[in-house]
Design a binder for this molecule. Structure first.
Ligand SMILES: Nc1ncnc2c1ncn2[C@@H]1O[C@H](COP(=O)(O)OP(=O)(O)OP(=O)(O)O)[C@@H](O)[C@H]1O
Ligand SMILES: [Mg+2]
Length: 600
């Protein structure tokens, strides 16, 4: 189920190309990176100078008992330590600033890109994976720009500078030290693949854990209702266990590798002490030089160790970059046609809706809507009914351009809706959905959808129009009540009333109501009914009805079956036609009669 979330590309294939592609986000920080390189050079120079200064102190000043010379060396030593520390600090700040700014930019780009996608994109991409993309993958990629870049520059330079210093001091001993280089290569090579595989496995398993968690928290209600807690907990345990094993293995491998290098480093020190010591005893080398060599050998191993760790970093960054790149590469299916932008102003739109021979399918070859044609005049109230899966919600998804039809045209005031900018279209057409979505935030902000240009008075006024005011005032903090997790602290009816208030506040010319399937108690139902009547006033209203009572007085009712309009007419006409509608009506008859007698 979650295979695609975690599946890395074949881990042997390093797609550095996607990293290079993301490098455009780093371009604005070129100067920062150049600054970092300069500061690293300063810092490395101070590190390499330190053993050399001690060597000078030992061989020149201590040997010749020069107190003044020692003082000078002490002062110079402290100065370069301070310079080194300052350079290092500034470098870290610069690099982190650049790195964090790059994550921010990539995240914003991803978020905007995902926001601009058509619904078809969300049908194909699990939300959990998109969340991982925006949160973790960006973080990992930024490590490339900070840690990887830094390590290559700093540690790479260190190695070169240390080797240079050793050859300057004593070329003969330096050559002998170079014997260890091939040994380091052999060790690294032996470990490289195991390090990479174990690290990659651990990461992959971690993303499975995260994806599982995200999906389960989103569906927590369902899990609880169907008593699947234990089962899901077991599944989670398995995932966690696999992750733990992979992580332990990854650490073991990396510790083994590090210790091997350490071991080699210490053996090298012993060798230098022996080889160099002999030279000192024979008077072929000064004692201070031996000291400097011992320090340099230590300085030599540390950056090599750090550099080899970067392999993992490069690996995971490129996998993440690849995933980000793939999301960024998806072009929205539904796009604005900037060439024929329709300039109908909000006032000019009257709200006539027309479908002409519209056919549609989510997947090629599986038609969902066939030859849908109908016309709604401004201000009319029309209903859509039909069995579940008949394509009612799909009609509305086309009208709002969540998808584009395969053939046929949809017109708003006689103009193809493709000629409107999507932002304009969405301002003209409002929707109250089957599963009314509420954002985390106050009731007030949910009604005006965070638009500052809608005043508090308008919000209250709108709520009053649809009869939601009393309900809202009964909430703990009225309009300021904080709604959590999609408004789960409200009932279906209450959420629908808030949806109506939102429509009145935002005032689109066309309203689509996809009625909730859940049964409402008769009191809430009559509240919702009244709200609907109020919100439908002076607005073209298209209602997908699950309770036939909702559309009893509609100007026109379209009956859908298997993606086709099979009957049309008003309530009386359809009942007397003895078709599908009459059937549906018969079945809902009992409730309907009760409802009618309750509210004559
Ligand atoms: N995002 C989607 N991707 C693929 N198929 C879809 C998608 N949404 C709906 N369908 C399919 O299209 C058909 C029509 O679905 P639609 O949601 O329009 O039905 P409906 O009439 O609104 O049903 P209900 O009364 O249950 O809300 C169904 O067969 C459904 O499985
Ligand atoms: Mg539906």
């Amino acid at each position: 189920m979650m295979a695609d979330v975690s599946a890395p590309k074949s881990s042997d294939q390093l797609s550095v190309r996607s990293l290079v592609h993301l490098a455009r986000f780093a371009v604005p920080f070129t100067w920062h990176f150049l600054g970092v390189v300069a500061l690293v050079i300063v810092f490395n120079t101070t590190s390499v100078l330190q053993p050399y200064l001690v060597k000078l102190a030992i061989d020149n000043d201590i040997a010749s008992k020069s107190f003044h010379g020692l003082e000078v060396i002490a002062v110079v030593y402290v100065s370069i330590v301070i310079i080194g520390a300052l350079a290092n600090y500034t470098q870290v700040v610069l690099l982190q600033y650049a790195g964090q700014s790059i994550i921010q930019r990539i995240r914003m780009a991803l978020f905007r890109h995902i926001e601009s996608q058509s619904m078809a994109f969300f049908d194909k991409n699990a939300i959990g994976r998109l969340v991982t993309n925006v949160s973790n993958d960006t973080e990992t990629v930024s490590q490339f720009f900070t840690q990887f870049f830094l390590s290559v520059v700093r540690d790479g330079l260190s190695v070169v500078m240390v080797i240079f210093a050793m050859f300057r001091l004593n070329a003969g001993v330096a050559w002998q030290c170079m014997v260890i280089v091939p040994v380091i290569f052999i060790i690294s090579f032996a470990f490289r693949k195991r390090l990479r595989v174990s690290y990659q496995t651990a990461r992959t398993r971690l993303s499975s854990v995260v994806a599982f968690l995200a999906e389960n928290l989103a569906g927590i209600r369902i899990i609880q209702i169907f008593h699947q807690e234990r089962r899901q907990a077991n599944a989670f345990l398995t995932l966690n266990d696999r992750h733990r094993q992979a992580n332990v293995k990854s650490y073991m491998t990396s510790v083994m590798f590090n210790r091997s290098l350490d071991f080699l480093g210490n053996v090298s020190v012993a060798a230098i002490v022996y080889v160099g010591g002999l030279r000192v005893l024979h008077g072929a080398m000064e004692f201070g030089t031996l000291y400097a060599f011992i320090s340099y050998i230590r300085q030599f191993f540390q950056p090599i160790n750090a550099l080899t760790q970067q392999w993992n970093n490069l690996q995971s960054s490129s996998v993440s970059a690849d995933r980000i790149g793939r999301v960024l590469a998806v072009e929205p299916l539904v796009t604005d046609n900037k060439d024929l932008v329709n300039s109908l102003s909000d006032e000019e739109v009257r709200g006539a809706v027309e479908f002409q021979d519209v056919c549609f399918s989510y997947k090629p070859g599986e038609p969902v809507l066939t030859d849908i044609s109908f016309r709604v005049r401004p201000g009319e109230f029309v209903g859509f009914v039909g069995p579940t899966g008949a394509g009612k919600s799909s009609i509305m998804a086309l009208l709002t351009r969540f998808y584009d039809p395969v053939s046929g045209v949809i017109l708003l005031d006689g103009e193809d809706i493709k000629s409107f900018l999507q932002t304009d279209l969405h301002r003209h057409i409002g929707i109250v959905q089957q599963e009314m979505f509420l954002f985390t935030g106050s009731v007030k902000d949910n009604i005006r959808l965070f638009r500052d240009d809608i005043s508090d008075e308008t919000v209250v006024e709108s709520a009053k129009v649809v009869g939601a005011h009393e309900m809202i005032m009964r909430l703990p903090r009225g309009y300021e009540t904080h709604l959590v997790g999609k408004g789960s602290n409200l009932s279906t009816g209450e959420r629908q009333l808030l949806g109506f208030a939102r429509i009145v506040a935002l005032n689109p010319k066309v309203l689509i109501l996809d009625e909730a399937t859940a049964n409402l108690d008769s009191q809430t139902e009559s509240l919702v009914q009244k709200g609907l009547t109020a919100v439908a006033k002076n607005r073209t209203t298209l209602v997908i009805a699950h309770r036939l009572s909702t559309i009893r007085h509609a100007d026109m009712i379209y009956v859908l079956s298997k993606g086709r309009i099979v009957e049309r007419g008003n309530h009386e006409e359809l009942v007397s036609a003895q078709g599908l509608y009459a059937d549906l009506y018969q079945k809902s008859g009992i409730e309907f009669e009760m409802e009618q007698t309750a509210h004559p």
